[in-house]
Design a protein around this ligand. Structure first.
Ligand code: FAS
Ligand code: PHB
Length: 390
């Protein structure tokens, strides 16, 4: 098989790029190691930046998001028994975010690719990129007993943190930056009415908590837990009790509990791989960068990668202009690092660090007091949360 763009990974990054390029007549194939059901069974992001929502609309995949998603113009920070509202609309001159689950947007992208007759190959085993530093790169993968080959002009590594593409860049070329946090997030999904119409990020001496949602009948909650904890350590009742302890009393009193339909622990890390291009292979999304989910930048960091790659590939095929491709890594990393900074800052601001010295504890409290007392600080938080310009 020969395609213009071969994409490794059928998550949101790979599917969104495939759909956008398709609409411009650029031929792609997506190779996904798992089944569609498995990919859709993962519960991940919930908040979409304005820019991501716009890309979904441009990909002709925004209709259900606009119908079922919720526009949120602010969120709360709970601390010391009270909650303060961060007015995104006020501090960004009218911008907002869309609350719409990654599972649903990935479903919408799969449906769009299927409707367009797109080539999305599931259960593709042992996908390997080859000759990525040549003008004739190609992919191989195993389908049953057969090894298949796909010749490409370009390869996109959208295969997430544990994928094969980043590891295909020579070690003397690849630079990796990583910061691992001494805790994780225990997340729960429950078919209950959300405790708050807007998200609540809670800073508490017992640990961070987050009240989020997927709809008015589907709630998503998180509590910070030690890295040594396992899901088995936490019954539903234990989760609800701990969540209530970390919320202001008037919020905890209104919390509607119920059985978990999903419960999992995600470790928190900050990670960036540079460069995001090697030869004719480009990295996008979690394949190149990971953030702690505190600032809701994970999926949204992938959006600008996809935006830059989409426009660069269209310029290449329609105008013979390779400036976008040549500048991709530097341009993508400039915005990726700003999302890294914001995610690190929000994580440091709101979490309990077991070995923090008293001076740093007071500094953390002062950072929060300054934020809540300063329009300039709030504006900085707001512009990062709704998404910096592409
Ligand atoms: P993905 O990892 O989503 O997709 C990569 C795809 O490539 C996967 O389907 C995988 O099966 C496939 N793949 C991997 N290796 C392959 C190979 N060798 N061959 C073929 N296919 C291969 N972000 C937020 O903003 N908020 C959150 O609350 C949040 N929670 C998260 C919780 C968890 C447990 C994780 C892991 C991430 C979370 N994220 C969150 C970040 C997440 O949303 C990512 O940013 C998002 O999935 C990035 O999308 P992709 O870049 O497409 O990578
Ligand atoms: C979620 O709803 O999963 C979510 C929302 C905001 C975050 C992290 C996760 O910052």
């Amino acid at each position: 098989m020969k395609v213009q763009v071969g994409i490794i990974g059928g998550g949101p990054s790979g599917l969104l790029l495939s759909q956008l390029l398709h609409l411009k007549g650029i031929d792609t194939v997506v190779l996904e190691k798992h089944s569609r059901e498995y990919v859709l069974g993962r519960i991940r992001a919930g908040v979409l930046e304005h820019g991501f929502a716009e890309l979904m609309r441009e990909a002709q995949c925004g209709e259900r998001m606009d119908r079922e998603g919720e526009i949120h113009e602010g969120f709360f920070i709970a601390h010391d028994g009270v909650k303060d509202r961060v007015d995104l609309h006020k501090y960004t001159g009218g911008n907002s975010v869309v609350v719409y689950g990654q599972t649903e947007l990935t479903r919408d992208l799969y449906d769009a690719r299927e409707k367009a007759g797109g080539k999305v190959i599931h259960n593709a085993e042992n996908v390997q990129p080859h000759d990525i530093d040549s003008d004739a790169p190609y992919l191989t993968y195993r389908e049953g007993d057969e090894t298949r080959r796909i010749d490409c002009d370009y390869i996109i590594g959208a295969d997430g943190f544990h994928g094969v593409s980043r590891k295909s860049i020579p070690k003397d070329v690849l630079r990796e930056y990583e910061k691992v946090y001494p805790f994780g997030w225990l997340g729960m999904l429950s078919r209950t009415k959300p405790v708050s119409p807007e998200l609540i990020y809670a800073k508490h001496e017992r640990g961070f908590a987050l009240c989020s949602l997927r709809s008015q009948v589907l709630s998503r909650y998180y509590i910070q837990v030690p890295l040594t904890d396992t899901v088995e350590d936490w019954s539903d009742d234990a989760f609800w009790d701990e969540l209530k302890r970390r919320l202001p009393a008037e919020v905890a009193e209104g919390l509607i509990t119920g059985p978990s339909i999903e419960k999992s622990i995600a470790p928190l890390r900050s990670f960036v791989a540079e460069p995001m291009r090697y030869g004719n292979m480009f990295l996008a999304g979690d394949a190149a960068h990971i953030v702690p989910p505190t600032g809701a930048r994970g999926l949204n960091s992938a959006a600008s990668d996809i935006y830059y790659l989409y426009h660069a590939l269209v310029d290449h095929y329609q105008k013979g202009d390779d400036a976008g491709l040549d500048n991709y890594s530097a341009k993508a990393l400039a915005r990726v690092w700003k999302a890294q900074r914001f995610s690190w800052w929000m994580t440091t601001l709101l979490h309990t660090f077991p070995d923090k010295i008293p001076y740093d504890q007071r500094l953390q409290q002062t950072d929060l007091e300054y934020l809540l007392s300063s329009d300039a600080a709030m504006a900085s938080l707001a512009e990062n949360y709704v998404g910096l310009p592409f």
